[in-house]
Ligand binder design. Structure first.
Ligand code: DAV
Length: 360
């Protein structure tokens, strides 16, 4: 691919750090607790299990949703002010029951385009998601997908999953000291993956198996992408893996941010990179994290190799990225964080100016 030719196509992104030109920012409209399902306990914070059981299918607290919506709008304005074209999905109903031959569910939200879609080069892929409550989430993005396709993007989708009971391990239990790998609630019945279990570093794509992404899903993606890309499947010290982007974040060529509780040893692939260690999260204990750990402090979005969006009150992370030679751009996001993601999860970088390259 010629340098600069990225501008002529609507979708083109090879890395997490090339100069960002167009981005999708999620929406929090109608955000609802998913119906109770065995895929949830392996990833929900343990203090949330009773809440999810009790409020299954009901809306998340209205004030929190409104505060998160305001933060998303502020984030979108900040990105636009930095010269990035910002797109938003269309709301879809989240509390209408839908059904297949064997199960029924309601939805959750369209807040995290990073999970639902995956951009690799000039292709945008609908991910075959493992949660029944996220089965139709990609419909919120269909107006955009059709527009991008008409303008020349390659648009594809993973095999539509059946999400039968056979996809879930009914006997899932916490790992014990004898386990050498995390125990995962999904089986290898059929391919599933979320986009957020992949990080793009040019020809090399870093992936993990998780409670939503199985080896079958990674293998489907590997063959789908072909010889131009190499997928490296890494394993971390994370007993509840779901999405790699609060564990490892490549910020620029040669600059890696790691979660010190999960990355005990720098993966060999990154042996020549500079490493920054994410500081302890500082959000007050009373602040709810419904769907994730508190390590969302490292779920950062790069606007280019230098500018990075960081939570406005996260002073330790502001210092960390500054010491790493980056320029922080501050945005309030704590209320949004309650819903399981931060700046990386809430976005899909549709177009970054750059070309396919190797960084290792
Ligand atoms: O706690 O590592 C991060 C989720 C990002 N989508 C965690 C989950």
């Amino acid at each position: 691919m010629q340098e600069g030719s990225a501008q002529s196509v609507p979708v083109c992104s090879y890395t997490e750090w090339d100069p960002l030109e167009e981005v999708v920012v999620g929406i929090i409209d109608d955000a609802s607790f998913p119906p109770w399902h065995i895929a949830l306990p392996p990833v929900l914070p343990t203090d949330q299990l009773d809440t999810f059981r009790a409020r299954a299918g009901r809306p998340f607290p209205r004030e929190l949703v409104a505060a998160a919506a305001a933060e998303l709008d502020e984030f979108a304005r900040i990105l636009a002010g930095e010269g990035v074209r910002v797109r938003r999905p269309e709301p879809i109903p989240q509390r209408v029951t839908y059904a297949t031959h064997t199960w029924s569910s309601t939805g959750m939200y369209a807040a995290m385009p990073r999970d639902t879609l995956l951009v690799i080069g000039s292709e945008i892929i609908e991910c075959p998601m493992a949660w029944r409550s996220r089965y139709y989430e990609c419909l919120a993005y269909r107006p955009l997908l059709k527009e991008y396709f008409r303008a020349g993007a390659r648009w594809s989708a993973g095999p539509k999953p059946e999400l039968l009971d056979a996809q879930y391990d009914r006997n899932w239990a916490e790992a014990t000291a004898a386990d050498t790998s995390p125990r995962l609630v999904i089986t290898e019945f059929e391919p599933t993956f979320d986009g957020a279990d992949f990080l793009r570093c040019g020809r090399d794509i870093i992936a993990q198996r998780s409670n939503v992404t199985n080896a079958f899903g990674i293998e489907w993606l590997r063959r789908h992408l072909g010889d131009e890309f190499r997928i490296h499947v890494l394993e971390f010290d994370d007993p509840h893996p779901m999405h790699i982007d609060a564990t490892l974040m490549p910020l620029a060529p040669g600059k890696l941010l790691i979660n010190p509780t999960r990355v005990r040893e720098t993966p060999r692939l990154f042996k020549d990179w500079d490493i920054a260690v994410a500081p302890e999260p500082v959000v007050p204990e009373a602040h709810p994290f419904y769907l994730s750990s508190r390590w969302l402090n490292m779920n950062l979005l790069m606007l280019d190799e230098n500018r990075v969006v960081v939570e406005r009150r996260d002073e330790p992370m502001i210092r960390t990225v500054t010491d790493f030679g980056l320029t922080p751009i501050l945005c309030d996001f704590r209320h949004f964080n309650s819903f399981g993601g931060s700046f990386h999860c809430a976005t899909l970088d549709v177009r970054r100016r750059g070309r396919l390259d190797s960084y290792f």
